[in-house]
Each structure stands twice: as C-alpha cells, then as structure tokens.
Design a protein. Structure first.
Length: 363
C-alpha cells in the first residue's frame, strides 16, 4: 500500500502533529510506502534540516509553497497544486491534517477527481477561541466529512462530534514508541514541578506565571522547571528573574530523560488541546499531571487518581490546585505515581499500530 500524509504546516515547525507523524513513519514504513507532503506554513521553526533528515530517514518528502492571506488563510500556489495532484495519483490513501480553512475543500475535490481514499485528521482542537474557524468547521468541514473515507480524531469529545457526520470516525489517541518508554518509574516526591511545551497563549503561561508568583510568596520551598520555546518566553524570563532560586528556564530539549526524570508533577494548563502527547510522555516517567479540564485531557487524566484537574482555568484555580497537589503525603504520592506509570502503557506503539491499520483497512 502507498500512503500519503499531507499537511499545510511546515515539518520544521516541530509541534504535536509533526512529532506524531515522524513516529508514525517509523511504525508503518516497513509495511507500506510512505510519502509526506507538507506546506511552508509556520513561522516558528523548532527542527533544523539535519534533525528532519534523521526523523524522516528514507521517507519521500515533498514541499509545497503556500500563499499567505493576512496570516488568516493559506492556500497552495498553482505549481504546488500540480505537485499535490500528482502525489494524490501515486497513492492509495491520503491522510490529511485538517487544520486550515478551505484546504479541506481542496482535499475533498482532489479525492473526487483522483478517486482516492481520504482521511480527515483532527490533531488540533476542533473548536477553540477563533470564532471564524469554529463557524467554518461547524458549517463546512463537518459536512465535508460526510463524503470522505474516514475521520481520525484523538479524543472522545471530538469523536462524539464527528461521528454524527461520518460513521467511520476513529478515536486513536497519541502514542509512544516502544523505544520511548523508560524501563522504570522515575518520579520523585521531593522533585520539582515541570512544564514542557510551546511558550505561547494556548499553553496558558499568562495564567500560570501569576499563579506561581502567588504560590512562591506563600511557600518558597516549591520549585518549577520549564522546557520549551516560543513567543511568550519573556513572561517566564521575568518570572525567573523575580525568583531565581525557584524557577529554572530551559530552551527546547530533545533528550526526554533529561526533561522528565526525577520531577514531582507535570503541569499542563492549556486553554485547548486535542490530545497532549507530552502529558503521556510525562506519565510514562511516573509523573502525575496537573491539568486544565478540557476535552484533550479528560481522556488521559483521572482526577485525584493520576493527577488533578484545574476547573475553570484561572490563575486563582491554578494556584489552588497546585497547592493542593503539593500537600499530599509521600504515601499518597507513591500510590498516584504507580497508577500513572501503569496508565501510560495504554498508549503504546503496538496498540496504536493495530488501530491505525484498521482505520486505513491495511491488508
């Protein structure tokens, strides 16, 4: 089988979908021929060319150029459209990262004229704070899903929304490669609290930072570690200057062991997520998760069992829940950490592969 993965986003963006795609290529490339077609959308580049060559070794990569209309709408130029059409012809299944307005119409049109099986994939949250996006998806994208081969979502909330429009909707969450699983639980009751992710509005750093300030004024024995990159870094730099002994700020890091080992809790206070793979990575090291209660986290975290939910995301509630988590005793923490470590096994490469091959009807 020949399968095409198509995304308007530049692979070097290096966010959730790109990381997921690099792992999928490793999982399926021995059983099928894989081609990746990507656009050049995405200002922030986390992955350089050398890293891309490693992550997509022996994978055919095709680059498209996108016209940018006011940083709101993105559409491939005429030559890129021709290249995309040729790639549709070559492949039996097309897996489309459904993220930008109008690109879903283009993908459906190409599937009809080439008679190829197309899967709409929703790796980003279906609904978030962009009203135009939300209205378009509700009125256009969902109805287009009626005419395509299958839909891939990453959480049960999105599954419930899309199943109304396409019965072949598959909820297949993020996963970890077998090589990514640590051999033991590395959580540490006396460890620091950890944040890993993009430094931007989505991740709620503008709420987390004042919450930390309030916490540290009451308890200077708490310690916070940050790994990531992005436009909201100045928020964290200011925090680190104010509390140099309690806040450690790091750049983007590839070494998972260096990031996750020996910490106490993982903090995820995003405004919206589809399925935060980074939370699963943290859980694989035994770290309970302090998370905002949103569709992308409710399938992963169990309140007071594998972590704690922050209801109604505000700096006051973040402060309250982080303080609550920090006060549990060693015995309670060990019990929670063991449960977390066990839960992470549900997101294995083998389980993912079985579900993914079923979705594309690989024989």
């Amino acid at each position: 089988m020949n399968i095409l993965f198509f995304s308007p986003v530049d692979l070097s963006f290096g966010a959730g979908f790109e990381a997921w795609l690099s792992k999928v290529c490793l999982v399926v490339k021995d059983q099928m021929k894989v081609t990746v077609v990507c656009g050049d959308v995405g200002i922030h580049k986390r992955w350089n060319e050398d890293l891309l060559k490693i992550k997509f070794k022996n994978i055919s990569l095709v680059k498209l150029h996108y016209w940018n209309f006011f940083n709101k709408f993105f559409f491939p130029d005429f030559y890129s459209l021709f290249k995309l059409y040729k790639e549709f012809i070559k492949n039996e299944v097309v897996y489309f990262n459904c993220i930008f307005i109008f690109n879903d119409i283009l993908t459906l049109f190409l599937s009809l004229i080439t008679r190829k099986k197309v899967i709409f994939a929703f790796h980003a949250p279906i609904f978030f704070e962009n009203k135009i996006h939300n209205l378009y998806f509700k009125l256009i994208t969902f109805n287009l899903a009626r005419f395509i081969y299958a839909v891939h979502v990453l959480n049960s909330n999105d599954e419930q929304n899309l199943k109304k429009y396409n019965s072949r909707t598959f909820n297949i969450p993020a996963f970890l490669l077998n090589s990514e699983y640590p051999k033991k639980n590395f959580a540490n009751y006396k460890g620091k609290l950890l944040f890993v992710g993009r430094y931007d509005y989505q991740k709620g750093l503008d709420l987390l930072s004042p919450a930390i300030i309030k916490l540290l004024k009451k308890n200077n024995k708490l310690y916070f570690v940050f790994y990531g990159s992005g436009p909201d870094r100045p928020i964290l730099e200011k925090l680190a200057r104010q509390f140099p002994d309690n806040v450690e700020l790091n750049d983007f890091e590839m070494n998972k062991g260096k990031i996750f080992k020996y910490h106490k809790f993982f903090i995820l206070v995003s405004r919206f997520e589809s399925c935060p793979a980074v939370a699963i990575e943290a859980m694989s090291y035994g770290l309970p998760v302090i998370a905002s209660k949103i569709p992308g986290t409710v399938d992963i975290v169990k309140d007071a069992v594998t972590g704690f939910f922050v209801p109604n995301l505000t700096k006051e509630n973040i402060c309250k829940i982080v303080n609550k988590a920090s006060l549990i005793n060693n015995k309670q923490y060990d019990r929670m950490s063991k449960k977390v470590f066990s839960e992470a096994q549900k997101y294995s490469e083998n389980i993912f592969k079985k579900k993914f091959l079923k979705m594309i009807e690989f024989k």
